[in-house]
Design a protein around this ligand. Structure first.
Ligand code: ACO
Length: 324
């Protein structure tokens, strides 16, 4: 028998304020047409004043617990993927733990920018497979609106706020690719590319929070190549091919990156879950948000092979194959 980390429930939360592309026409020299055609984004949600990443994460966690029919007492630990924590410390994970009324177990954060949820899932999978935990809540939550330079048209139009949460439990599989749960993973980073996407402030450098800086075009080229590579690696490790994939649930940064990667993998776009048009790029929250949307509308069903891939600042990138 093989211990497998299997999905038990999923949920998400988006802040009430919806911001259409037209809003940015009043801020910077841009147009709805440019944003739609270059990125696929039509709108995004922004957190209200005073609404923090842990607020969004807690709402998503409660939705996932309801979906799984569990309470916080059933959870052994919380992993939050975020680059926009409420505070430098303590972690968002511990704040969510307290918000949920959890008095046992642990909470901590993982920071791998837009690839954070994939890194968090891999950590959770390792803990479950090795017997350190039986039920974990993995959350991607971000308030990227807080680190935007509102005078920089090349970045401020792209990002949004939100949170998604997935509960993983344990199930005994037989050790084949037909098992439910996480079947294979692949993680990578290469710090030589750190200037391509970064925040120009921090605790031990400037003592300020800083704003997001991005070289969009070179990053775009890296993204399609590295996402295809990691997807191929994960599928090969699981003994599967792109033909076996029921749904690609990619990081939602740009529709052209998503289309380019799916094309290189040989997967048609009608097997890709897309939320970039509605959410923008919500960094570590984008994959759990898209998973939650796909499950809620009935597209992702029990037994489906789901492949998620992401790339972000670092550069850090990776992928995970899950039989739902
Ligand atoms: N409105 C109008 N024009 C704009 C805007 C805007 N909002 N932004 C940039 N432009 C202009 C540029 O100034 C440039 O003008 P120029 O030719 O006169 O110099 C022109 O549009 C083309 O700019 P490019 O950057 O070459 O446009 P591109 O087609 O590459 O699209 C984009 C830009 C959308 C940023 C794309 O490069 C992209 O999505 N990159 C990857 C983003 C990504 O994947 N990030 C990783 C995850 S995010 C994370 O980890 C936090």
């Amino acid at each position: 028998m093989t211990r497998r980390a299997v999905p038990l429930g999923i949920g998400h939360y988006l802040p009430d304020r919806i911001v259409p592309n037209a809003y940015f026409e009043t801020l910077v020299d841009t147009s709805d047409e440019w944003i739609r055609t270059r990125s696929g984004i039509e709108q995004r949600h922004f957190a209200a004043d005073g609404q923090t990443t842990s607020d969004l994460a807690t709402r998503a966690a409660r939705a996932a617990l309801d979906n799984a029919g569990l309470t916080a007492d059933d959870i052994d630990g919380i992993i939050v993927a975020t680059s926009t924590p409420d505070l430098t410390f303590p972690s968002v994970g511990t704040i969510v733990q307290a918000n949920l009324g959890m008095t046992r177990g642990f909470g901590f954060d993982v920071q791998a920018v837009c690839a954070g949820f994939v890194f968090g899932l891999c950590n959770a999978n390792a803990m479950i497979v090795s017997g350190q935990a039986d039920r974990l809540l993995v959350i991607g939550a971000e308030t990227f609106s807080r680190i935007m330079d509102w005078t920089d048209r090349s970045t401020c139009v792209l990002f949004g706020d939100g949170a998604g949460a997935l509960i993983l439990g344990v199930e005994d599989g037989v050790g084949t690719s037909q098992d439910r749960g996480i079947l294979a993973t692949d993680l990578n980073s290469d710090g030589r590319y750190r200037d391509m996407l970064y925040v120009d402030g921090g605790v031990s450098s400037t003592g300020t929070v800083g704003k997001l800086r991005m070289q969009g075009n070179p990053l775009f080229r890296q993204a399609v190549e590295k996402l295809t590579q990691t997807a191929d690696t994960t599928l090969a490790r699981a003994g599967l091919s792109a033909d076996d994939v029921a749904w690609i649930v990619p990081h939602q940064a740009n529709i052209r990156i998503i289309q380019g990667t799916a094309k290189k993998m040989g997967v048609p776009m009608d097997r890709v879950i897309l939320t970039v048009q509605d959410h923008g790029n919500t960094s570590a929250a984008s994959i759990p948000l898209a998973l939650s949307v796909g499950v809620a509308d009935g597209r992702i069903k029990r037994g489906d092979l789901v492949l998620s891939e992401a790339i972000g600042g670092g550069l850090a990138w990776g992928s995970v194959a899950i039989r739902w």
